[in-house]
Design a binder for this molecule. Structure first.
Ligand code: PLP
Length: 403
């Protein structure tokens, strides 16, 4: 049975919304992007959200606003997709990687130990859609000890007086922490709308602003809009109105705006995200859980506890006591049946670029342990119960064959 890993959710409503944009005569940044920003803000519980062309560019714009650059450090978990660290390196700053907990999220105690006078931000990841412990992270970021170490290099940093907490919410749109949108746990939350994420615009990202007083979130929204489009005072849509030809370039902005034709896909998906798409993803999680909870060799991902709820992005199954080589063999056997499974993620210190920069997986024992035993199972709206059962059977057969 051929089962792909994560095809996008493209239904008639998505097609109609894209057609509407194509036929409207306006295909780049305009009304659809504005609508997607409003829907994203509502979904994450914040007042202002900025759409850009990827999570990565959203992170770069955030560092530009905050003034993070050479000589600065950003603390992050070693267990994430490489973009988390690459964005920091592109800004010229240093990713300081720390180990994770058994549930794959960053270990707050390790963050505490990693804080120095160069720490400008703490970048945490809601891995697979499971929110990290924001209360603990915030307590550390705002503690007197941390504040004493913090050195502000500009007025924005001075207003914070502590490292800013940024959430890599590439996986966790719609997740809850303390019963509220997880994005309320960080100062800035960046969502990815890449093709494999829960909601997509093919490529895209959203910066969700939850800045504490005395920040003016609306003013920061405007700054980010300006600096996502060349630092130009009138965007292309405004300039297209007759007589509105004059503009100015007032800062060295980036060119990372999202086109309306892409936003249209996200708008159609966002409309039914809570009512249809998230429940469908949960159906898959529940199906897998019913099967694997009776297997003493399986460790299932947590996706619900008091106050926390996943966005069901990745089902991070682990096999008890297995070696990396046995896991690889299992994946090979499962793949031969046509069912796609995956590994999320190879910890960054195991990748060549980071090894060459001095990171060593030996310093991250939990990340390695989680990785070596992990097999991600497919999760998407179109996956049928029969396909879920087929995947479960293949995992069980592969386990019996290998262990
Ligand atoms: C996908 C992903 C990103 C990068 O998103 P882009 O939109 O492709 O830049 C960052 N972090 C994590 C954890 C991801 O899974």
């Amino acid at each position: 049975m051929k089962i792909p890993f994560s095809p996008p959710h493209i239904d008639q409503d998505v097609i109609n919304e894209v057609m509407d944009t194509l036929q409207s005569g306006w295909i780049t940044t305009g009304p659809k992007v504005r609508l997607l920003e409003q829907m994203s803000a509502e979904m994450t519980g914040v007042q202002h959200a900025v759409c850009v062309n990827s999570w990565t560019s959203g992170a770069l714009l955030t560092y530009k606003w905050l003034g993070v650059g050479p000589g600065d450090e950003v603390i992050m978990p070693a267990y994430t997709y490489a973009a988390t660290a690459l964005s920091v390196m592109h800004a010229g700053a240093k990713p300081v990687m720390v180990d994770v907990l058994d549930d794959f999220t960053v270990d707050p105690q390790k963050i505490k130990e990693a804080i120095t006078e160069r720490t400008k931000a703490i970048l945490v990841v809601d891995i697979g859609g499971w929110p990290c412990d924001y209360d603990a992270i915030h307590r550390i970021a705002a503690s007197e000890e941390t504040k004493k170490l913090f050195v502000a290099a500009n007025d924005i940093q001075k207003q914070f007086g502590r490292p800013i907490v940024i959430a890599d919410a590439a996986h966790s749109l719609g997740a809850l922490y303390n019963g509220k949108p997880a994005a309320l746990g960080a100062d800035i939350t960046i969502v990815s709308l890449h093709a494999v994420k829960n909601i997509t615009t093919a490529e895209g990202g959203v910066i969700c602003l939850n800045l504490p007083a005395p920040f003016d979130n609306e003013a920061v929204y405007k700054w980010m809009k300006l600096n996502s489009l060349n630092g130009q005072t009138a965007d292309a849509l405004a300039k297209s109105q007759s007589g509105r030809w004059r503009y100015d370039i007032v800062s060295l902005g980036m060119k990372i705006n999202m086109p309306d034709v892409c936003a249209a896909i996200g708008v159609a998906q966002m409309r039914k995200y809570k009512s249809e798409l998230l429940p469908e993803r949960k159906r898959i999680f529940d199906h897998y859980t019913r099967f694997f909870q009776n297997k003493e060799w399986a460790i299932m991902p947590t996706y619900q506890d008091t106050g926390r709820q996943s966005s069901y992005h990745l089902f991070l199954l682990r096999i008890k006591g297995i070696t990396e080589a046995q896991r690889d063999k299992m994946i090979q056997l499962i793949s031969e049946t046509g069912a796609s499974v995956n590994v999320h993620f190879v910890p960054m210190p195991m990748l060549t670029l980071f090894k060459e920069n001095g990171y060593d997986i030996k310093d991250y024992p939990v990340a390695y342990r989680n990785y070596a035993a992990e097999i991600s199972l497919p999760v998407y709206t179109q996956l049928t119960d029969e396909q879920c059962s087929f995947i479960e059977e293949q995992v069980a057969l592969a386990y019996n064959a290998v262990v």
